[in-house]
Design a protein around this ligand. Structure first.
Ligand code: PNS
Length: 179
């Protein structure tokens, strides 16, 4: 039987628990799901493409049929290049719908055989977005429960690079105490 390969494209700057919720749902209905991170030279991202890929790979390794890749150019061209027949997109609220519908119909015009599949994340994530996470982290607010611990840690390091060194210092200090 034909395997259904889907891609889940996005910026993922950074990935959130809402994205992971959608990936888990997608992994249950598609044979293979490729999380495709957009490289967009025109948009200044907080995390580099390599950082986004590394975090996404770490957070999705628990799902055997999920892989992570990066792409640039047209999303439909990338989808064809990996033999995908579907594109997964999340819809949180009705406000997402207009933009997503426009994009899905334009993509259908470009690649008529590629289907866009919309899924809803858990209600708990319906107000969550990468943009808000970045803003809250930049302003020193709590993003507990909104992103995985790894992303929270990386955000802290971005906001305060000294934090990285504090963590590296910690084991050395405790070794010193034992002696
Ligand atoms: O997470 P985002 O930023 O909402 O994802 C948007 C994304 C990456 C799916 C969209 O911008 C995209 O597909 N970009 C690639 C360029 C492209 O194909 N543009 C035509 C869209 S109709």
């Amino acid at each position: 039987m034909k395997k259904v390969i889907a891609i889940y494209p996005g910026s993922f700057d950074p990935l959130t628990n809402g994205h992971l919720d959608l990936i888990e749902r997608g992994s249950k209905i598609f044979d293979e799901l490729v999380v495709a991170i957009l490289r967009n030279p025109e948009k200044q991202a907080l995390f580099s493409l390599a950082e986004r890929k590394e975090m996404m790979t770490a957070m999705t390794e628990r799902w055997e049929n999920v892989s992570v890749d990066t792409f640039d150019g047209l999303m439909v061209d990338y989808a064809v290049s990996v033999n995908a027949s579907a594109v997964l997109r999340g819809i949180r609220a009705i406000s997402d719908y207009e933009y997503e519908l426009q994009m899905a119909l334009m993509n259908r015009k470009l690649a008529p055989n590629l289907e866009t599949v919309f899924m809803m994340p858990a209600e708990a994530y319906s107000y969550l977005s990468s943009r808000l996470v970045r803003e809250i982290a930049q302003l020193g607010g709590s993003i507990n429960g909104l992103v995985p611990d790894l992303v929270q840690q990386r955000l802290r390091e971005k906001m305060d690079p000294a934090h990285k060194f504090e963590n590296l210092e910690a084991p050395r200090k405790s070794r010193g105490k034992k002696r």
